[in-house]
Design a protein around this ligand. Structure first.
Ligand code: NAD
Length: 251
């Protein structure tokens, strides 16, 4: 229970990867704050399960990010994880989708980080973990906004790692390949349309085609990596972009 007494805020943690990270941190004794949308009763039951608090702020705007940080209070661990996707050829890419993806996947992390850092610096300890993606290192067609946001979060993370290098605060990205979560399930119909493929073809020939292991990454594997980055032994791991992608970006 090495995270006892540490407050961990994980954005987008009512589902998928964020939820698995929240569970992994709660299992190590962290005082977890959940964020994200979903069914009220389900969220209440998650809070009970983890002895966690939930703040439902919408991170698409600076005001929403500020409300989250004010309600959360000072945090020792910040995981910027909330994210969204849209799949479309660039010439048809809806402008409002582009703006929302950049706002949530990239700009929200800037707002939460700028508000979290003063407390972390003052106490000489902090962990900032950003969920990037294999798409922070490489690209796939029809995901222009997503790939731009994820390459952006990689650059942002390296920058703050350097700024904070002598303060006891680390900043790293975790870059998953395909993880079976609602985000991936949700993009299958659009990919079927954009590429004129069946559901099975999208799963096997588009998604898993990228992963040499031919297996989806499991959310709990990301939880374990995030927990490791919070350990004292990870104090010199900063500015890194950790792949957990079944070998995808090794090719
Ligand atoms: P998910 O759809 O299961 O969960 C997304 C979470 O973000 C949910 O809790 C949702 O309520 C929350 N959210 C959505 N819009 C929000 C908003 N405006 N304000 C606050 N919260 C909001 O997705 P996931 O697959 O767990 O993805 C989490 C992160 O992992 C994202 O940044 C995603 O880009 C990244 N990622 C996912 C995969 C994958 O294969 N699933 C791969 C690489 C990276």
């Amino acid at each position: 229970m090495f995270l006892g007494g540490k407050r961990a805020l994980i954005t987008g943690s009512t589902s998928g990867i964020g939820l698995a990270v929240a569970r992994a941190m709660a299992a190590e004794g962290a005082d977890v704050i959940l964020n994200g949308f979903g069914d009220e009763a389900e969220i209440a039951s998650l809070c009970e399960e983890m002895n966690a608090r939930h703040v439902a702020a919408d991170l698409l705007t600076a005001d929403g990010c500020e409300a989250l940080m004010a309600e959360a209070g000072p945090v020792d661990i910040l995981m910027n994880n909330a994210g969204m996707q849209h799949v479309s050829p660039v010439e048809d890419f809806p402008v409002d989708r582009w703006e929302a993806i950049i706002a949530l996947n990239l700009t929200a992390a800037f707002h939460t980080t700028r508000l979290a850092v003063p407390h972390m610096k003052a106490q000489g300890w902090g962990r900032i973990i950003n969920t990037a993606s294999a798409h922070s290192k490489t690209a796939s067609p029809f995901k222009s906004a997503y790939n731009a946001s994820k390459h952006g979060i990689d650059g942002f993370t390296k920058t703050i790692a350097l700024e904070l290098a002598q303060t006891g605060v680390t900043a790293n990205c975790i870059s998953p390949g395909y993880v079976w979560t609602p985000l991936i399930e949700g993009q299958i119909p659009d990919t079927m349309k954009a590429r004129n493929l069946s559901r099975d073809e999208v799963i096997n020939d588009v998604l898993l085609a990228k992963q040499p292991t031919k297996k989806f990454v499991q959310p709990n594997e990301i939880g374990a990596l995030a927990v490791f980055l919070c350990r004292e032994e990870a104090g010199n791991v900063t500015g890194a972009n950790w792949s957990i992608d079944g070998g995808w970006t090794a090719e």
